[in-house]
Design a protein around this ligand. Structure first.
Ligand SMILES: [Zn+2]
Length: 507
């Protein structure tokens, strides 16, 4: 036995280091292991099972992308959306689908990198919003790949456990809908290497102050043992494990009746590695559907029926125009068109046109413009691109257009904070037909005012040059009767100082 233990431990180590080469974080487990009272009642027949809805039920998911206090460390939205697509594939057969209700950024180092799940839980719990499932994506999730508490509306994910092949999100969502691990009870055993493979398992395990029966292969105690589902196989494996080519644990285990059995690796609520798992059992699905129908902490609806993915080919970048040199500025506003079927836009700006590595600036917004104000360098070239996506059908590509602009090196034309404060545009937004007023107050000295009105595609619609203005101030009117509703820019220049103001004309 001793020899077998040793051999086993060595093999295990080897298989894990093999995983580590390609999937560095996948040896992490999930940080949760509570069986909910709801699930126990349901499995005892006190809550009748719900039928699967014929209409797909869409559940809002709020993305909370957590960074450090200085805004570093956010997960790449492309990676997050790939993970989200896989989450929806894993739930497709339940007729439960998730959609992106919000995409928020939160700069909070104590949550971004937290050492225990209890610290992370309390920070995340305080920052969740109601009526949706909040997914907090962090740098370090207390050493786990993710965790969730049954019957709460939030979960926490390690960003390194998200992507095209990572199943952690579906696993944690299973916990949100009250599912327990297939190896429930064995969480108290710290390592697989502590299981005596050829010796029979004990008939009970002490776990969280209770005696949990160990599941037998003959099905005689499947309703009370382990996860309480009879269509999930006995599973005693509480650490991440890789499956063999047959899709099973590579060795057999021995149940309390001394019967040897193989552990299948397909169930998402097991700890088999991402490449092995791909499904929930039918009983697990029915439990989740039933739990969803009883939940009041988030809503579900069928509003996503017929949703169509946005198309990057419909993306038109507008401002700054391609290849322009801008007056020197420490910020820039990027503007693009409203793209059909798009609910969100991923915006990336970089100092080179290679967007594969570290990217200077990435944001996800619902508007068709965003301000980059993190210290634009003078005399420097920048590249930017945008990917539209639909909240329900998130697959899409970046538009083919990559625009570049050069930030100028004319420090005299600097955006001037004092001038910016002295000039007001009112009303803004302005209803079309109503006059737009440019009001200057306490200018310090008399001067000449030059201004341009520019539309969202960069065309100059109106220019006034060298209007004498008094130090006390001025009041200039622009007629808007001929201007269609939309976003415009007023570029004002006085005493070699520049101010740009964004103006919205409403119908
Ligand atoms: Zn788990």
């Amino acid at each position: 036995m001793k020899l077998l233990q040793l051999t086993f431990a060595t093999l295990l180590l080897a298989s894990f280091s093999l995983i580590a080469q390609t999937q560095p974080e996948h040896e992490k487990g999930c940080g949760i292991s509570i069986k909910s009272d709801w699930l126990v009642k349901y499995q005892h027949g006190e809550i009748p099972p719900a039928r699967k809805s014929l209409m797909t039920q869409y559940i809002p998911v709020r993305m909370v992308v957590v960074g450090e206090n200085d805004g570093n460390g956010y997960i790449d939205p492309t990676q997050l959306l790939q993970s989200f697509q896989l989450l929806n594939e894993d739930f497709a057969s339940t007729n439960i689908q998730f959609y992106v209700s919000d995409y928020d950024f939160l700069d909070l180092s104590s949550l971004y990198d937290h050492s225990t799940t209890s610290i992370g839980s309390s920070l995340a719990s305080n920052r969740r919003e109601s009526n949706k499932i909040n997914t907090f994506v962090v740098g370090t999730a207390g050493g786990a790949c993710g965790y969730a508490t049954p019957r709460t509306n939030y979960l926490v994910m390690d960003k390194d456990c998200m992507g095209r092949i990572d199943r952690t999100w579906a696993h944690e969502m299973g916990h949100v809908f009250t599912l327990a691990h297939t190896f429930y009870g064995w969480e108290s055993v710290e390592e697989i290497s502590n299981i005596e493979l050829t010796e029979r398992a004990p008939s009970t395990l002490s776990y969280r102050g209770r005696n949990v029966p160990v599941e037998r292969t003959d099905g005689s105690n499947c309703e009370d043992a382990a996860d309480g589902f009879c269509d999930t196989a006995p599973d005693y494996l509480m650490e991440r494990w890789a499956c063999n080519i047959a899709g099973e644990y590579r060795d057999s285990l021995t149940d309390p009746d001394s019967i040897r059995f193989a552990v299948p690796a397909q169930n998402i609520m097991s700890y088999a590695s991402d490449a092995c798992v791909n499904t929930f059992s039918e009983e697990q699905k029915t439990a989740m559907i039933t739990n969803m129908s009883t939940r009041s902490d988030f809503s579900s609806n069928s509003s996503g029926e017929g949703a169509v993915a946005a198309n990057g080919e419909d993306m038109n970048l507008l401002l700054p125009e391609h290849n322009v040199t801008l007056p020197y500025n420490n910020f820039v506003e990027l503007v693009w068109n409203e793209t059909p079927n798009a609910d969100f836009y991923i915006v990336q700006m970089n100092r080179s046109n290679n967007f594969n590595g570290n990217i200077l600036f990435t944001r996800v917004v619902t508007d068709t413009s965003v301000v980059f104000d993190e210290g634009l360098l003078d005399n420097t070239r920048y590249y930017w691109r945008v990917r539209p996506f639909n909240a329900y059908q998130v697959e899409s590509d970046f538009g083919d257009q990559v625009f570049r602009f050069r930030n100028g090196d004319f420090p005299v034309n600097t955006i001037d904070a004092a001038l910016n404060a002295a000039i007001t545009i009112a009303p803004n937004p302005v209803a079309g037909g109503q006059d737009l007023r440019i009001i200057g107050q306490d200018l310090g000295l008399s001067s000449n005012l030059t201004y341009d009105l520019i539309d969202a595609s960069g065309r100059v619609l109106l220019t006034r040059e060298n209007l004498p203005v008094a130090a006390a101030g001025f009041n200039e009117r622009i007629e808007t009767g001929t201007l269609p509703a939309g976003v415009y820019f007023l570029r004002l220049r006085m005493n070699e100082k520049l101010v740009t103001k964004r103006v919205v004309i409403t119908p």
